[in-house]
Design a protein around this ligand. Structure first.
Ligand code: 5RP
Length: 220
């Protein structure tokens, strides 16, 4: 199977966790695009979705799925999203698509985070994938200097502006032994909106697609 076929298999497995009459939290990325396409088949059974990006909102709307403003929703039973890396403790690096801040917000109001991935995303230690950090534009150089002090090499994502009008610094070469500590530490730098470590609020369920099919792992 190709990587895209594996992503699709993981995404479709997540449909098992969607409750009738619910509003679904929806992430961003190529794996989630398969999930949205699958969700279209449940259109009459769900109330709609809360989306983590303009791209996902557009795709949901194209399928006739109503997109709710998060401010009009108190809580979501399930949030479905992909990841760039996930470790054994279900901490993740996310934000390869630059939607990390809205993803973190929607995940925060969701009762259950269902992570959908192909098997290549599972790692021993987070950090081979560059860690995205969303930054207020005027703080770009200050934040880059502070990130460099942590030991990594920050690189501006050229030509990219987030849905929130901010910039992304991708932090290369940082071995992340303490995901929760690193997440908190980077978020304390003035000018950082948030970073792509999802450790304080990691995944609850991992649907991992490999050659043998989709394996389901519940967070201990
Ligand atoms: O965090 C994300 C977007 O901001 C994505 O979930 C992550 O980048 C994985 O993407 P893909 O499903 O395309 O491999």
């Amino acid at each position: 199977m190709t990587q895209d076929e594996l992503k699709r298999a993981a995404a479709l497995a997540a449909l098992d966790y969607i409750e009738d009459d619910s509003i679904v939290g929806v992430g961003t990325g190529s794996t989630v695009n398969h999930f949205i396409d699958g969700l279209a088949g449940m259109r009459g059974r769900i109330r709609g979705a809360v989306s983590s990006s303009e791209a996902s909102s557009k795709r949901l709307a194209a399928h006739g799925i109503q997109v709710f403003d998060l401010n009009d929703v108190d809580s979501l039973p399930v949030y479905v999203d992909g990841a760039d890396e996930i470790d054994a403790g279900f901490a993740m690096i996310k934000g390869g698509g630059g939607a990390l801040t809205r993803e973190k917000i929607v995940a925060a109001v969701s009762q259950r985070f269902v992570c959908i991935c192909d098997a290549s995303k599972r790692v021993q230690t987070l950090g081979r994938f560059p860690l995205p950090v969303e930054v207020i534009p005027m703080a770009r150089s200050h934040v880059a200097r502070e990130l460099a002090r942590l030991g990594g090499e920050p690189r501006l994502r050229e030509g990219f502006v987030t849905d929130n009008g901010n910039l992304i610094l991708d932090l290369h070469g940082l071995a992340i032994d303490d995901p929760a500590g690193t997440e908190a530490r980077i978020n304390q730098i003035v000018g950082v909106v948030t970073n792509g470590l999802f450790a304080a609020r990691g995944a609850d369920l991992l649907l991992l697609a490999g050659a043998q099919g989709v394996e389901r792992f519940q967070r201990a």
